[in-house]
Ligand binder design. Sequence first.
Ligand code: GDP
Ligand code: IMO
Ligand code: MG
Length: 425
Amino acid sequence: MNRILIGAQWGDEGKGKIIDLLARKSDIIVRYQGGNNAGHTVKFDDEKFVLHLIPSGILHPGKICVIGNGAVIDPQAFFEEVRVLAAKGVSVKGRLFVSETAHLLFPYHKLMDQLREESFGRRSGMIGTTKKGIGPCYADKMARVGLRVGDLKNPAFFKVRLAQVLAERNEILKKIYRHPGLSFSEIWRQVESYRRELLKFSADTPRYLFEASRKGRSILFEGAQGTMLDVDHGTYPYVTSSNASVGGAITGSGVSPTLIDHVIGVVKAYTTRVGEGPFPSQFPERLMKVIQTKGEEFGSTTGRPRRCGWFDAVIARHAVRINGLDEMAVMKLDVLSGLKEIKIATAYKIGGKLCENYPAAIEEFSKAKPVYETHPGWDEDLSGIRRWKQLPANARRYLKRLETLLATRIKIVSVGSKRAQTIFL
Ligand code: GDP
Ligand code: IMO
Ligand code: MG
């Protein structure tokens, strides 16, 4: 069985925890888009792991992990993650493969990301990126001036192309950003330092995945970010630069859609977003602080506080449609305990008009005022609950209402960050 797991909000839904649970019944786990802008948390046995670029399935001994062609690889971040895993006793040897057509991320990508954000500033269109260089790296890929993992096999070509691209980049740095530019010899020295090591991981991953699937091995696709951060289907321009929705799994791995059996969406029982961009159901200040603290809503990659709000059924319905979700996992229900009332945004009012569907134009979306329905809350601590029937009646009603609003079955309810704190339906 080949399954795709997708974030159905603005990222950080709790994908890492669910991947870790589903990895048990999968043979191969594939990251297919994004880079080390992602931060996927897995907790067990009093250990906490945050995976950025390497699939979360790596924590299960013996599972094969693949970083597909659609991901972008910062080699320094990659090897740092390998080192952190090794220090915690997790070996990647012989079971981690990187696509030879995945693009490499260079220091000038990170620098351009930072400088552009700083120059735009909060008032005029900064995105609030993770400053990991993701946007500039994907831009180079599309402009056909990127360098790929497999290019490391041919240092002569690599060197010429790198020099060409850096010369152009340095002109932009000097003329637009008044930055002295980056040294070619320093970047080349870095490339030389990781070239052979990285090539040891490189493989023809589309062929590997095709053949593995033919042999009946099951593949789990680990989405990063979330549908509302998808460059096509999200809140553009306040998005990431890859396809975080279901299509990204296909192009980003080279696996045909005919081989996919199931698509699972992950949502939080409320909504969060990091970085800039409209967020209609955002909480007022006081409630924001309460949920931020209780839900430990601080970025796994940048440590920034995440903005928090009520569950937004309009964007979640958009995610159900775009991804063709077969089922959902609802995370962090425990965080909502103790609230007198819980709201769900079921539609928006935009310029006085009722709007039940996500409007693609950012000008419209930024004017959206949520239309809420209000549900009674519950006081019980949910963190020890393991069965549907033990959940407070109001919590069950809330979940049932989400199912109806999204017309999708909930198959997993999460009531804590640990593996065991999970209710399977
Ligand atoms: P991802 O990017 O989608 O993998 O999510 P992150 O790891 O960035 O953020 C999710 C956070 O919520 C992590 O700190 C998890 O440990 C935590 N978490 C996951 N599920 C639950 C849950 O059901 N309850 C609580 N309280 N925390 C959870
Ligand atoms: P995971 O996989 C939440 C957000 C950034 C910013 C926008 C663009 O952990 O869910 P980028 O650096 O990608 O150019 O930033 O996207 N963002 C995420 N938000 N979770 C993530 O990943 C994110 N990856 C990027 O905050 O708003
Ligand atoms: Mg995250």
